[in-house]
Design a protein around this ligand. Structure first.
Ligand SMILES: C[S@@+](CC[C@H](N)C(=O)[O-])C[C@H]1O[C@@H](n2cnc3c(N)ncnc32)[C@H](O)[C@@H]1O
Length: 262
């Protein structure tokens, strides 16, 4: 299903956007937060999403049109789940790179590599998504799952994903969004504001801010057509988005124009 929901339908998770102070998304703060929660990140993810996050990544991989030979990049790869899922579905000639600026998250990703997704086909490297250390026109697909929201400059992150994609390549974003369905919207808002931060704080122990950051960052991040417009502004065409699980998450995808189309 390809949706097209207009931005005025949207109600933020936080009470009102105007009341919400701008979130500190400086690189140092975000990196430190993920360093602290890294050892428990996977367990928390599966618990707080009731394991639906696995299904969302599976849907994302299914969306990719992976061909022989050219590499694939998963940015903000964290503990590597999407990169590993992509590597498992790719021909052996396709190398998958997962990049992230948090060393502790990447250490866990490296330990999770299975023999089937050995070092020939998957590699994890430390890099800031706002300045990717790759030449332009390199990757057939560039992905990000639940990471773009954390990047200090969203537009720069999207421009970098577009730059390193080959012309005709896919740029795919999986991100939280806000359900519009009456009833579900309120229930989800309550869970996100009141239940999730408490479970998260109990689980994360040493970082009380990590799971208040989650609802705040989702509440302040564009979704639906608003994020699709940012992808278009970053240079992508044919941008489409597909809400998942009643709109709790959304997959966005766009194509980098070929020279003749640019
Ligand atoms: C919520 S985790 C998502 C991890 C993984 N993609 C997943 O699906 O579980 C967000 C990740 O984005 C990374 N991140 C945030 N800002 C970044 C940036 N500017 N450059 C590189 N990584 C960044 C964090 O270090 C963290 O590992």
């Amino acid at each position: 299903m390809v949706a097209s929901v207009t931005d005025h339908d949207k109600q933020p998770i936080s009470e009102t956007r105007a009341d919400t102070p701008t979130l500190d998304k400086s690189g140092s703060r975000v990196r430190e937060m993920f360093r602290q929660i890294a050892p428990r990140y996977d367990a928390m993810n599966h618990l707080l999403s009731l394991s639906i996050d696995r299904y969302w990544r599976w849907r994302t991989v299914r969306q990719l049109r992976i061909k022989e030979d050219l590499p694939v990049l998963d940015t903000c790869t964290g503990t590597g789940d999407l990169a590993i899922a992509i590597a498992k579905k790719s021909p052996i000639s396709v190398s998958v790179i997962g990049s992230d600026f948090c060393h502790a998250m990447l250490e866990i990703a490296r330990r999770k590599r299975s023999p089937k997704t050995s070092s020939e086909s998957i590699e994890f490297i430390e890099a800031d998504s706002q300045a990717l250390p790759f030449p332009e026109n390199t990757f057939q697909c560039v992905t990000v799952a639940f990471g773009l929201r954390n990047v200090t400059d969203t537009d720069q992150g999207l421009r970098e994903m577009t730059r390193v994609s080959v012309p005709g390549g896919q740029v795919v974003v999986l991100e939280f969004s806000q359900p519009r369905m009456i009833g579900l919207k309120q229930l989800y808002g309550f869970y996100f504001r009141n239940v999730l931060p408490r479970i998260g704080q109990w689980f994360a122990r040493n970082d009380k801010s990590a799971y208040t950051y989650l609802p705040e960052s989702v509440g302040q991040f564009p979704d639906g057509q608003a994020l699709a417009d940012r992808m278009i502004a970053a240079g992508l065409r044919d941008v489409q988005f597909t809400p998942l699980t009643f709109g709790v998450a959304t997959i966005y995808q766009g194509t980098k124009p070929t020279d003749g189309e640019a």
